[in-house]
Design a binder for this molecule. Structure first.
Ligand code: ADE
Length: 248
């Protein structure tokens, strides 16, 4: 069964965007997932298809109207899919959320523009408000693309069995160890000797130590959670280039 993504957006041409390429693009072609971009302008008011207005209480920018957004949502068959609203005001999007979305029938992503969406329609629709990080993007489409990319790579059949197995075996809340490939010597820099040794146990031990070192140095928050035994799986998976073999 196809995993179904719907994006509610004022810029439908932004989809599939980068998701039409590489791993996600091939999965899209193979029908493992689908994405439909619904233009919220179609639900706009009057001859000019107005979707926004000025904020009550004053302030800069425009706010997306609740009636317009509600009409767009009402026209979608959610079919058991969560409605997700990417916003810097949301709780942090985690790999655990991604796993939950990927395990279901799909997601509907409401992409805000301008200053955001009227709070009442977010409340009324029960939208899950998630942030992809502590910085402000110009709209929800890029955040939606990030969310969908992270989901799609977990769908059955998208990654090779070797890569999927890696996802399973490193759900321990540490950052990934550093990676090296040929040549063994480059620009006066050597690959760590142990990685050339063929000693699997020694390599595993080195990688574990390297993971711990990099996590401690770069992500004290993750390190504390790991030490407390409350760590979450975040990045020690097949990684952003898990399909590198197919790109070569
Ligand atoms: N929209 C704008 N900025 C965002 C962020 N950091 N996360 C999710 N959605 C956003």
């Amino acid at each position: 069964m196809t995993w179904q993504a719907t994006a509610l957006t004022l810029f439908p041409d932004m989809f599939p965007g980068t998701l039409g390429h590489s791993l996600a693009g091939r999965a899209l072609e193979r029908g493992i997932w689908s994405v439909e971009a619904r233009d919220m302008r179609d639900y706009g008011l009057g001859r000019h298809r107005v979707v926004d207005d000025t904020p009550f209480g004053g302030g800069a920018g425009m706010v997306m109207r609740p009636d317009v957004v509600a009409s767009a949502i009402a026209d979608i068959d959610l079919a058991g899919r969560p409605l997700v609203y990417p916003t810097p005001r949301g709780r942090r999007l985690m790999q655990a959320d991604i796993r939950r979305y990927a395990a279901g029938p799909g997601v509907v992503v409401l992409c805000g523009r301008y200053e955001g969406v009227d709070e009442r329609v977010l409340e009324a629709s029960g939208a899950e408000q998630v942030s992809i990080g502590d910085y402000v993007l110009s709209g929800g489409e890029v955040a939606a693309t990030v969310l969908l990319d992270a989901c799609v790579r977990l769908l059955p059949g998208v990654m090779g069995s070797g890569e999927s197995a890696v996802e399973e075996s490193f759900s321990d809340g540490l950052l990934e160890y550093p990676l090296y490939t040929k040549p063994a010597q480059w620009d006066g820099r050597d690959v760590p000797e142990v990685l050339l040794s063929g000693h699997h146990a020694a390599i595993a031990k080195w990688r574990r130590a390297a993971s711990e070192t990099v996590t401690q140095a770069r992500r004290p928050d993750l390190w504390a959670a790991y030490r407390a035994g409350t760590g979450q799986d975040i990045s020690r998976t097949a990684g952003p280039c898990g399909d590198a073999d197919r790109l070569n």
